[in-house]
Design a protein around this ligand. Structure first.
Ligand code: 13P
Length: 350
């Protein structure tokens, strides 16, 4: 479960939901998840560093509460995005990620506080009009991810390597597929060149879909096409030593995130056992939280919100095994529309 939003990103969501952005509201909101019974569906939770020091209403720390359910605690270690200079060949709006300079000293503290894995997010938009990501952005972000991964492993912390390609734009799925291959290929290359063992990382990437503003006809947004494109991009770039691929929801609705993850696992099973050698699972943020945030903003009780968190986690646990079947399990528990998107343009500011 990705629940490591920065105070700024979280704050914008809270304010939209009619809440104030204070450490106390962030604590209360996080508590809806960390106090819920998620252990059957979630194996790890990524926390923001500030949450490593926070407690539930019952006095247990978030870390203790998660450990009591066998959930491994992780921590976001990047410090948000910063613009890249045009002079290095980047397109307007491209970014790299901040935080490498201070990472080593922070890792020891996070480990002491209970974190055993980490996340570093690079965010790459597909440039409007160019329909591509610049070489400069691909290389810089891959190099930063590799440097981060190397440091984490040296400190006994497993790195989640997250090169996210944003879904903003009117590109079709083919463009997104091509860029996904380039980005993943470059990341794997950078990790290998840096001496990072690929079986010591987890990869977090997006599913291959058309951009949110794509107006084309034909296949693209259906689960079968998304699964086929995504598996094709992964199989051509990610070596089998990478054991787990944890998809972000990336602006898909809760419903789409679950159904598409399920379809990915169903499709993967139809190949022979060597064709898709990775565990295909989830590291959703909005895909796990959107209904709860909506209910909380409407004043529903803490208990009702926690129950919803459990229900949404549960269907994703099923989807991670290709076992989500609405005919058997009943309707998806989301309280939000199934179609559309949860896209946000403000993520990544610390
Ligand atoms: P979303 O699932 O909301 O895209 O967030 C996952 C995440 O952690 C991005 O860094």
């Amino acid at each position: 479960m990705a629940s490591d939003e920065s105070p700024s990103t979280m704050g914008k969501r809270l304010v939209k939901a009619g809440k104030e952005n204070t450490p106390e509201t962030r604590r209360q909101y996080r508590g809806l998840f960390y106090g819920a019974e998620l252990g059957g569906a979630i194996s790890g939770a990524i926390l923001h560093p500030e949450a490593l020091d926070m407690k539930l209403d019952d006095g247990r720390s978030f870390v203790e509460a998660l450990h009591s359910q066998g959930i491994i605690v992780g921590v976001k270690v990047d410090e948000g995005l910063e613009p890249m200079e045009a002079s290095c060949g980047a397109y307007e709006g491209e970014t790299s990620t901040k935080g490498l300079e201070t990472l080593e000293e922070r890792l020891a503290t996070y480990h002491e506080k209970g974190a055993r894995f980490a996340k570093w997010r690079a965010a790459m938009p597909i440039c409007k009009g160019e329909y591509r990501i610049s070489r400069a952005a691909i290389e810089k972000n891959a190099a930063q991810l590799a440097a981060y991964a190397e440091l984490c492993i040296a400190h006994g912390i497993l790195p989640i390597v997250e090169p996210e390609i944003l879904i903003d734009g009117d590109h079709d799925g083919g463009v997104y597929f091509v860029e996904t291959r380039k980005v993943l290929g470059e990341c794997m290359h950078a990790l290998v060149q840096r001496g990072v063992r690929l079986d010591h990382i987890l990869l977090k990437c997006q599913m291959v879909t058309p951009g949110v503003d794509w107006k084309g006809n034909g296949p693209g947004r259906d689960p079968a096409t998304i699964a086929r494109w995504t598996l094709d991009a992964l199989r051509q770039t990610v070596p089998p030593a990478v054991k787990g691929i944890m998809f972000l929801s990336g602006g898909q609705t809760e419903y789409q995130s679950t159904v598409n993850l399920n379809e990915l696992n169903v499709t993967a099973r139809a190949f022979d056992e060597f064709a898709v050698p990775y565990r295909l699972s989830f590291s959703f943020g909005r895909g796990l939280q959107a209904s709860v945030l909506d209910m909380w903003s409407r004043g529903e009780s803490k208990e009702a919100c926690m129950k919803k968190a459990e229900e949404v986690a549960r269907v994703n646990g099923l989807a991670a095994r290709g076992a989500f079947n609405e005919a058997v399990d009943g309707a998806h528990p989301t309280v939000l529309p199934k179609a559309g998107n949860l896209q946000e343009t403000f993520r990544g500011v610390y």
